[in-house]
Write a protein that binds this ligand. Structure first.
Ligand SMILES: [Mg+2]
Length: 346
């Protein structure tokens, strides 16, 4: 997109719309910063098509003509809404604290499209105050400057780039059907190997099969697993959860976390649980599926987002209505390359 403007980052002037008052933006080092691309927060497939088929000038004309029409919610929308619900509760309990979720909207777009995005944000009553319009260039440097705790995008290359820089990141897709999710409790589900943990055990499984994997995990039961790309985000969620516990709201906590792993409890689960405990991370529910499909279990959990490194599980979850995000990290990518290229980000 060479015609686009250079980087612009600013806060949207939500107050001018009168929809709600913008609150003070927390300092990045205090907040849990979640950066979402406009293509996963909203549905922009039609506009993408105009851009691809008719070029940038037609695309910009189309966007200006439609700038009062809000975009429909995309796959990250319920997740962002849930983050805001948690913020509301945190502000009630800790009016002065900056330990909140801070959402940054990242877009490669031109400023003209920014107007439509701001209109959309106001239309949906979202509290997004930070915008990063990169004019087509990579947002990774900005993500680092913002101490980004999680980056969600439709662009798998950008996600890989972020992961390589040590930023928790995942690619999102639009599921055909969407399960209804809680509006008051944020639910986040994680796969274990190559998501919360490194892919070291997955490598044994891929190279030597299931029996060797079980043997390896039994032999190394007391050796902690190394951390994976999403560990830091679980840690950040835990930090906010503790603020509710400190006010006696453990049972009514608006954040709930889940481990949904193909490991089986008896043979290989113990190493995963010991690792989480040693890290000081509490996970609210741990489901060891022993190879059973994850989709039906996730359908019961109804998470706002589920992270997995294998497209097979992402597709299985999406088929049953769960918003699943792909973490393109570790040995499994070698085995799923073909599938990934087939399932393009929508
Ligand atoms: Mg995995």
């Amino acid at each position: 997109m060479r015609l686009l403007r250079p980087v612009e980052c600013w806060r949207s002037s939500l107050s001018s719309a009168g929809a709600h008052k913008p609150s003070q933006c927390p300092k990045p080092e205090n907040a849990v910063t979640v950066a979402v691309s406009s293509r996963v927060l909203f549905r922009t497939e039609r506009e993408q098509k105009v851009f691809e088929q008719k070029g940038v000038e037609e695309y910009l004309r189309y966007q200006i003509e439609h700038e009062t029409e809000p975009f429909a919610p995309g796959p990250a929308f319920p997740f962002v809404k849930a983050l805001e619900a948690v913020n509301t509760r945190l502000r009630e309990l800790y009016p002065q604290s900056e330990e909140l979720f801070d959402i940054v909207l990242v877009t490669y777009n031109h400023a003209h499209v920014g107007i439509r995005l701001i209109n959309t944000i106001n239309h949906h009553n979202l509290f997004i105050e930070r915008f990063c319009m990169t004019g087509g260039s990579s947002p990774i440097g900005y993500l680092k400057a913002w101490h980004t705790n999680l980056y969600l995008s439709a662009d798998a290359d950008k996600v890989r780039e972020a992961l390589a820089e040590g930023i928790a990141a995942a690619t999102m897709f639009m599921p055909e059907k969407l399960t209804e999710v809680s509006e008051t409790q944020l639910r986040v589900a994680f796969d274990g190997d190559a998501v919360l943990f490194s892919d070291e055990s997955e490598r044994i499984f891929k190279a030597h099969g299931l029996d060797k994997f079980f043997e390896h995990e039994r032999d190394n039961e007391d050796i902690l697993l190394d951390h994976g790309p999403l560990k830091g985000f679980l840690e950040a969620l835990g930090k906010l959860q503790k603020k509710f516990y400190a006010k006696g709201q453990r049972l009514d906590c608006p954040i709930r976390t889940y481990l949904v792993t193909a490991r089986s409890a008896a043979s290989s689960g113990i190493r995963a649980l010991k690792t989480l405990r040693a890290w000081g991370l509490e996970i609210d529910e741990a489901l060891f599926l022993a190879g059973a499909p994850k989709g039906p279990m996730l359908e019961k959990i109804r998470p706002h987002i589920y992270f997995d490194d294998q497209m097979f599980h992402v597709e299985g979850a999406a088929e049953m209505g769960t918003v699943a995000a792909h973490v393109p990290y570790g040995i499994a990518q070698k085995y799923t390359k073909q599938k990934t290229s087939r399932m393009t980000a929508k």
